[in-house]
Design a protein around this ligand. Structure first.
Ligand code: FES
Ligand code: FE2
Length: 382
């Protein structure tokens, strides 16, 4: 029956180190946020196995949508993802054929004589599960905040391209932080997102609002159309305005504006923390120009950028970014990452019980060392 198991690429058995078990910190706090676990299109009539924060999760498409449950039969611990889905939308364990409905209740124990009631303990925990933006999102606990915004998703003026699912051997915070790192754009992505002859990071601000960061800057970008038809620039270089929203813990929305034409390209990037030392990034490239053009260059462009980033990010030690202010050498142009680390540390400490309101800034403090980040909610330009 192995052919029924579809384990998503990069999903590996847990157990290589992250402290993301139920009841542990930091996993306990992360359980109270929505995380992507699969593309919706990957969840069909057969069960799919995924991993989230060290927990094995089975996904299947029931009668009313995708169901997410603990991938562990209460009878003998078998992976339900090895089983099948019946015509009622129930998942059937491959070992003894017990059936579990979409609420997790066992409805059939074939070995029991007719009329014998099913024990109340014969149930699997079902997790909160939503489909949004073509992704399946799961929250293992009580949600502390909503699924992050992707404002262009329902805007008919945009065309969306789903990119590859990137699975990297690193921590989710390292993966996200790579998207906050302006300093590497022109160096590592020379000719694509910047150029090595212009590496000075423009002045920018970071605003912290609850569990999100907002930051942005204007920068010149090269016309990459010789390699990928993805930029909307008239000349060899052009001004681009980048506005970011980083929704903690692991989602970034980037809205880029090509200033000479007023067109936009956006990137939505959400990371699945497997809890085993790997993580997966789900990415959309969206645009309001070239609406009739080919989509492949946009996905290929993103794939090339990701492959330039991957070996560098996977090499970073420690794999889990140090959240203490003195953990690494911060420069002024690293202030988004510094602010992210501070906010993530606050989130992990707060757990699910404390969600700050708009404009509140919990736990702000001075960051010692070179390039210290001021303690204001709004970090000013240098
Ligand atoms: S182990 Fe699942 S039905 Fe027995
Ligand atoms: Fe990069």
């Amino acid at each position: 029956m192995v052919e029924h198991v579809r384990q998503l690429p990069g999903d590996q058995p847990a157990g290589t180190g992250l402290a993301c078990q139920p009841g542990d910190e930091p996993g306990a706090a992360l359980r109270c946020f929505w995380h992507p676990v699969a593309w919706s299109s990957d969840v069909g009539s057969d069960p799919v196995r995924s991993w989230l924060l060290g927990e094995r999760v089975v996904l299947w498409r029931g009668s009313v949508g995708v169901v997410a449950a603990a991938d562990q039969c209460p009878h003998r611990g078998t992976a339900l993802s090895l089983g099948t889905v019946d015509c009622h939308g129930a998942i059937v364990c491959p070992y003894h054929g017990w059936s579990f409905d979409e609420t997790g209740s066992c409805t059939v124990i074939p070995q029991s004589p007719p009329g014998r009631p099913v024990p109340a303990r014969a149930r699997v925990p079902v997790h909160r599960c939503r489909e949004r933006y073509g992704l399946v999102w799961v929250c293992l606990g009580e949600p502390a905040s909503p699924i992050p915004d992707f404002p262009e998703w329902d805007d008919g003026g945009y065309r969306h391209v789903a990119c590859d699912r990137y699975t990297w051997r690193t921590s989710p915070e390292r993966m996200i932080e790579n998207f906050t790192d302006f300093g590497h754009l022109g160096y590592l992505h020379d000719g694509l997102l910047g150029t090595r002859d212009d590496l000075t990071v423009p002045a920018h601000r970071v605003e912290r609002q609850g569990w999100s960061l907002r930051y942005g800057l204007r920068m010149t970008v090269p016309n990459a159309n010789d390699a990928f038809e993805v930029t909307d620039l008239a000349g060899d270089r052009g001004w681009q305005r980048n506005d970011y929203v980083l929704t903690l813990p692991y989602t970034i929305h980037l809205a880029s504006t090509y200033e000479d034409r007023g067109t936009h390209r956006t990137l939505f990037f959400a990371v699945q923390p497997h809890g085993d030392g790997t993580c997966s990034g789900y990415c959309y490239q969206s645009r309001d120009f070239d609406l009739g053009g080919a989509d492949a260059p946009y996905a290929e462009f993103q794939a090339l950028l990701a492959e330039q980033d991957r070996p560098v990010v996977e090499s970073q030690l420690p794999a889990e970014a140090p959240l203490a202010p003195t953990g690494e050498l911060h420069m002024p142009f690293d202030k988004v990452a510094v602010t992210y680390r501070r906010a993530l540390a606050d989130l992990l400490a707060a757990g699910c019980s404390s969600v700050p309101g708009e404009g509140s800034v919990p736990g702000e403090g001075s960051v010692p060392g070179e390039g210290s980040v001021p303690s204001e909610a709004s970090v000013p330009c240098w």
